[in-house]
Write a protein that binds this ligand. Structure first.
Ligand SMILES: O=P(O)(O)O[C@H]1O[C@H](CO)[C@@H](O)[C@H]1O
Ligand SMILES: O=c1cc[nH]c(=O)[nH]1
Length: 286
């Protein structure tokens, strides 16, 4: 029997746009650059030759236009994997569900999604100012408790190893990103494995006024080694993208502008310049 998705489960606005993103299927390209900071959307689309569409709702800002003959969409997500779950589900619905009949389409459309974000390094040799492509994302939140996803034996082993290293009461999730996009976009970049945290301070071992429960989290994560696999950097979205991309059937890659080194305690003097450099790299290679 054909499955009609009820109005309460897939919410469509009165104008036919999807609930949180506030956009319609025709508003986006199948190639998407995703960023956390809403202001970074214009910092990317200013390089476009023409802009055909723009929308802003909550933290989700969308610009679509042409860049050197290619139609591109840039979107912001805000911070955290909870936002990524909404972002990926609604983006997927725009291309893989007929929003008028509320029926999944017979033919699957695969999106190419490249995250361009800021990140902190947990390895002395990965200095502030570096650009890093994430081969794997390791989720330190519990988002994947609520979905059933196929993981390779290696991905499962990474999760169990990280759980043991930190003595966590749950198993972090690990997913590999798109090899196809990594091949296309990682030229001259460091290739690393990104730890995605449900917070910027305690979950990344930062002490301001509160003492983190795992004060040596950087050292413990830095010591995790499986064959040639090492963890390299912290941020707050990549693993959510990789997990949701696997579940929904999209190619996803995360690129990171390293703005801080957590070992040398070095902060980049001009973080904006590093992200601008990564934006140009992304536009030239996407
Ligand atoms: O620069 P963005 O894309 O927001 O990414 C990083 O910066 C934010 C924290 O400052 C988190 O979202 C983290 O993942
Ligand atoms: O250290 C950092 C820098 C940027 N974003 C993070 O989540 N952590």
């Amino acid at each position: 029997m054909t499955k009609i998705i009820p109005a309460s489960e897939l919410i469509i606005n009165p104008d036919g746009s999807i609930y949180h993103l506030n956009i319609k299927p025709e508003d986006i390209s199948s190639t998407i650059i995703a960023v956390g900071d809403p202001e970074r959307v214009a910092a990317i689309s200013k390089h476009f030759d023409s802009l055909e569409f723009s929308m802003a709702k909550r933290e989700f800002v969308t610009h679509t236009g042409m860049y050197r003959g290619k139609r591109l969409t840039v979107m912001s997500t805000g911070m955290g994997t909870d936002n990524i779950e909404i972002f990926m589900t609604e983006l997927d619905a725009l291309v893989n569900i007929d929003l008028k009949t509320r029926i999944p389409k017979a033919t699957h459309t695969t999106l190419e999604i490249v995250r361009v974000g800021t990140s902190g390094s947990m390895r002395n040799e990965i200095k502030a100012g570096s650009k890093l492509a994430s081969e794997f994302g390791i989720g330190m939140d519990t988002l994947m408790t609520y979905y059933t996803a196929d993981q390779s034996d290696f991905e499962k082993k990474v999760g169990i190893t990280v759980q043991a290293a930190l003595g966590l009461p749950f198993t972090p999730y690990c997913f590999q990103g798109s090899q196809k996009l990594l091949d296309r976009l990682s030229k001259n970049l460091i290739i690393g494995n990104t730890v995605t945290c449900p917070g910027f301070f305690g979950p990344q071992g930062r002490e301001v006024r509160l003492k983190p429960a795992i004060p040596d989290i950087i050292e413990r994560l830095g010591a995790v080694e499986l064959d040639n696999f090492k963890l390299t950097n912290f941020e707050m979205e990549t693993a959510g993208y990789y997990a949701m991309g696997r579940l929904l059937g999209h190619e996803v890659l995360s690129l990171n502008a390293i703005v801080a080194n957590r070992i040398s305690l070095q902060m980049a003097e001009d973080p904006g310049a590093i992200i601008d450099d990564l934006i140009l790299h992304t536009l030239q290679n996407i």
